[in-house]
Design a binder for this molecule. Structure first.
Ligand SMILES: O=P(O)(O)OC[C@H]1O[C@H](OP(=O)(O)OP(=O)(O)O)[C@H](O)[C@@H]1O
Ligand SMILES: Nc1nc2[nH]cnc2c(=O)[nH]1
Length: 177
């Protein structure tokens, strides 16, 4: 896409309110857990994760994995590559994946399969955005911020060709002809 503009889709305040709510729900659900391992998928999850963990009133550790499937494009390459693995062993632990967006589901299918095979005590998924219209893999997040059907979003960690991750809101990319 040569020329495009970005329209506000979900405001900074709406995101902040939702993250607070999710934080309360997750804190309540894990209140008897000794240690919750929060896993972020780089790079898109970093902003959501850093806001969400500060709303968790729980003993938390944080680890990251890098996987990439979109490169600089708007369509998934369909090949989900593990570029950096976790640093810690998750066997027997309560694990929560924190992800920016669930779209085709191919990324999370692969990641959840890998993490499940490492025998955590529990494995749950929190996504800020659940984009439902292009789903290919059967994934049901445990905690969802916002749901929408279609549209290419950017901001609050999410990029288009590595740009716009620093927008404080979620925007929709619109082509300008
Ligand atoms: O459900 P899917 O269709 O697989 O799409 C979701 C994935 O796409 C984005 O990652 P991307 O590959 O753009 O890498 P990034 O995290 O570095 O932005 C996003 O962060 C999700 O991980
Ligand atoms: N920027 C961006 N990356 C994505 N990766 C998967 N879906 C999307 C999307 O809607 N926008």
């Amino acid at each position: 896409m040569n020329n495009y503009e970005i329209e506000v889709f979900i405001s900074k305040d709406e995101i902040a309110e939702k993250v607070k709510k999710l934080g309360k729900i997750i804190t309540d659900e894990y209140k008897n857990t000794k240690e919750l391992v929060v896993i972020g998928l780089l790079r898109g999850s970093v902003i959501f994760l850093s806001d969400l963990v500060r709303e968790l009133d729980l003993p938390v550790s944080i680890d990251f994995m890098t996987v990439s499937s979109y490169g600089n494009e708007m369509e998934s390459t369909r090949e989900v590559k593990i570029i950096k693995d976790l640093d810690e062993n998750i066997m027997g632990k309560d694990v929560l994946i924190v992800e920016d967006i669930l779209d085709s589901g191919l990324t999370l299918k692969k990641v959840m399969g890998i993490l499940e095979s490492r025998s955590p005590n529990s494995l749950k998924l929190s996504v800020l955005l659940n984009k439902t219209g292009r789903r290919e893999a059967d994934i049901s997040p445990d905690y969802i911020g916002f749901e929408f059907e279609d549209g290419f979003v950017v901001g609050y960690g999410i990029d288009y060709a590595q740009k716009h991750r620093n927008l404080p809101y979620i925007g929709i990319v619109k082509e300008v002809k």
